[in-house]
Design a protein around this ligand. Structure first.
Ligand SMILES: Cc1cc2nc3c(=O)[nH]c(=O)nc-3n(C[C@H](O)[C@H](O)[C@H](O)COP(=O)(O)OP(=O)(O)OC[C@H]3O[C@@H](n4cnc5c(N)ncnc54)[C@H](O)[C@@H]3O)c2cc1C
Length: 341
């Protein structure tokens, strides 16, 4: 078996590494950060099948995840919609999940180079998989903020609050914690930092009632993290012929709750093609070409759907339409949910 080197030990890189080790492939993962650590993420896993989790060999690490079965949506005034989720989602912190996967990868004989960033020159070589997550897009204006609340009553397993140029999702993770994650357009007038930033942005986008609820609870200050300068959609890289998985290939907006599922699914799609390469059945270029075309078929429809829905729910006109449809029980929620998976 030829060795595989994975740049990036996030969800996609670690799950692919585990699956390759399971098949006896020598794997090194370079991960720029150290574990365990909190990540900016809604930690709401929706859309990935049991088969994919089993194919990757990571099913057991999600077995104790919270089962999330209901959702409620709000605009700046009130609740507009509530329903059971068409399929149960999973709630587990990235702090716990990524750490578990990293430990398992090491236990399986994988070389985990924690705290080592692979230089960009090293990334475009045969046998190197790009799983480096969100690429930097300076000036995009997007800001992602997240923190865990230790005592917080939810009205549904997933609360989604639509604000002015921002939205906030809340859902349960382990140990009674509630994860609060928001996506916002940057505002010059908001100067708050650290844990105050999430509260200040929630209020600034017109979600004052939610902000008051958050202020009544207590947050874990160590769980406050933020990220900026990223974009959404398919990330074209005409200069690269290799395997790009997870957010490195395409980023679906967080309101879909599907980014982590896509990361896992892309690892699942890459696996057989990398095994072809590692066992000498196909060249790197052939394997990467097949992977890329399979990924296009698998992901393009949901990326297209998200591309038109996201600006819509971000605009006040779109929110009025969604609110009006929802209040009149006309929102085709199941249809939209399916289109994004
Ligand atoms: C605000 C927000 C909320 C979200 N909410 C949800 C949600 O509720 N549900 C959901 O499914 N998805 C959500 N997502 C998306 C989800 O977090 C991502 O889709 C997922 O983490 C992608 O996994 P990945 O493995 O591709 O990248 P990541 O998990 O980001 O991992 C990439 C890793 O690569 C490392 N790295 C980068 N460059 C290098 C290098 N040169 N060398 C070595 N290592 C490197 C990084 O340190 C990182 O650990 C959300 C995203 C945001 C911004």
């Amino acid at each position: 078996m030829k060795p595989i080197l994975i740049a990036g030990g996030g969800l996609s890189g670690l799950s692919l590494g585990i699956a390759l080790r399971e098949q006896g492939v020598p794997v090194d993962i370079y991960e720029a950060a150290t574990f365990p650590r909190h990540r900016v993420c809604g930690e709401f896993i929706s859309g990935v099948s049991e088969e994919t989790l089993e194919l990757l060999g990571i099913h057991e690490f999600l077995e104790d995840a919270e089962s999330l079965v209901s959702t409620a949506w709000y605009d700046q005034r009130s609740q507009i919609f509530s329903a059971p989720l068409p399929r149960a989602a999973r709630g587990i912190s990235r702090y716990r999940l990524d750490h578990r996967l990293a430990n398992h990868f090491k236990k399986m004989g994988g070389e985990f180079r924690e705290g080592e960033r692979l230089s960009l020159e090293g990334l475009n070589q045969e046998g190197v998989v790009h799983a480096t997550g969100r690429a930097v897009e300076k000036g995009s204006g997007w800001l992602g903020l997240k923190a865990h609340w230790l005592d917080f009553e939810l009205e549904a397993d997933l609360e989604m609050h639509l604000g002015d140029a921002g939205y906030v999702g809340l859902s349960r993770v382990e140990d009674g914690r509630v994860n609060v994650a928001g996506l916002f357009q940057r505002r010059r007038e908001v100067k708050a930092k650290g844990s105050e930033a999430l509260l200040a942005y929630t209020k600034a986008c017109g979600l004052g009632e939610l902000e008051s609820r958050m202020r009544e609870g207590s947050l874990d200050p160590r769980s406050c993290v933020g990220v900026s300068s990223f974009g959404f959609g398919l990330k074209d890289r005409p200069d690269s012929e290799g395997f790009r998985i997870g957010d490195q290939r395409a980023i679906i907006p967080p309101f879909t709750g599907n980014g982590m599922s896509m990361a896992l699914q892309s690892a699942g799609l890459a696996l057989p093609r990398l095994l072809d390469f590692a066992s000498g059945l196909a060249t790197w270029k052939e394997s990467a070409g097949v992977y890329e075309s399979e990924s296009g078929k698998y992901f393009n429809q949901r990326l297209r759907a998200a591309r038109w829905m996201h600006p819509f729910i971000f605009s006040s006109f779109g929110q009025q339409v969604v609110g009006g449809l929802a209040r009149n029980h006309l929102l085709p929620f199941s249809l939209l949910y399916r289109a994004l998976r």
